[in-house]
Design a protein around this ligand. Structure first.
Ligand code: NAP
Length: 237
């Protein structure tokens, strides 16, 4: 990817997505930042201290599937290309399935799985025409194992794993890469947490994950990292 590449980041308002945005901006990427919280997005844009042709905020609820095509179109028209898509936004709840409401189950599957599939559909079309692009999906180490009390979340991340590996086989001949990063515990606001309050030896830092995203993007064009699994050493997995 070149210095001026355009990266779309979902869930950029806080946690991991925010760190990824900061690291990519420092490398010169132009950014389309997506989340529902406009205030947090604008605060991030202010901190990045970049003009509108470098960073734009898109207040958007990813469960609004019908509007995803026009969101991608607006970003593409505004920046002229889309070179990187980071499907990062995610939600999850730790409790038995019987205690999940139907709305909570829908939110998990919609934001974690269906929205990334629909976004990838429209963005990969653009990337295939460009003969260049990289989709990075933030999965979870729970993509490869079961966990009681996170049934809908685990199902969504198993889906992300399958989606990533399958889409890769559809688009790689056109120069488009797909990578899934299956992470263990990260110190963010996930599941009502407060970033900065996790025990430091039991959680990865968002900046470390963001650094990993950059390394994946910086591989030579002919090299593909299709999947990475990373945990804190002392986490059970
Ligand atoms: P976080 O701090 O809670 O951030 C979640 C992000 O997702 C926020 O920016 C939020 O923005 C966005 N989001 C949620 N619902 C949305 C919606 N309907 N539409 C648009 N954006 C929405 O959590 P995080 O840990 O950074 O999560 C990032 C990714 O890492 C997720 O995919 C998560 O599954 C994955 N992950 C996390 C961990 C962990 O231990 N933290 C471990 C493995 C994988 P708004 O609220 O402003 O919309």
């Amino acid at each position: 990817m070149s210095q001026e590449s355009v990266a779309v980041i979902t869930g950029a308002s806080r946690g991991l997505g925010r760190s990824i945005a900061i690291h990519l901006s420092r490398q010169g990427y132009r950014l389309a930042l997506i989340a529902r919280n406009q205030k947090e997005l604008e605060q991030l844009k202010h901190e990045l201290n970049k003009p509108d042709d470098k960073v734009q905020c898109f207040r958007f609820d990813l469960s609004n599937f019908a509007e995803i095509a026009s969101l991608v179109d607006r970003i593409h028209t505004s920046f002229g290309s889309i070179d990187v898509l980071i499907n990062n936004a995610g939600v999850g709840f730790y409790k038995p399935l019987s205690e999940h409401s139907t709305d909570e189950i829908n939110a998990i599957i919609n934001v974690n799985l269906t929205a990334p599939i629909i976004l990838s559909k429209f963005v990969s079309e653009i990337m295939q025409q460009q003969k260049l692009g990289h989709i990075i999906n933030i999965g979870s180490d729970l993509a490869q194992k079961p966990l009681a009390n996170m049934t809908p979340y685990v199902a969504s991340k198993h889906g992300v794993q399958g989606m990533s590996q399958s889409l890769l086989r559809e688009v790689k001949e056109d120069g488009v890469k797909v990578t899934v990063i299956n992470s263990g515990i990260v110190d963010t606001y996930f599941h009502g947490g407060v970033q900065g309050e996790q025990p430091s030896d039991k959680s990865l830092k968002p900046d470390e994950l963001a650094q990993l995203v950059l390394q994946v993007l910086q591989q030579p064009g002919y090299q593909l990292i299709d999947q990475i699994t990373v945990h804190p050493l002392h986490q059970e997995f």
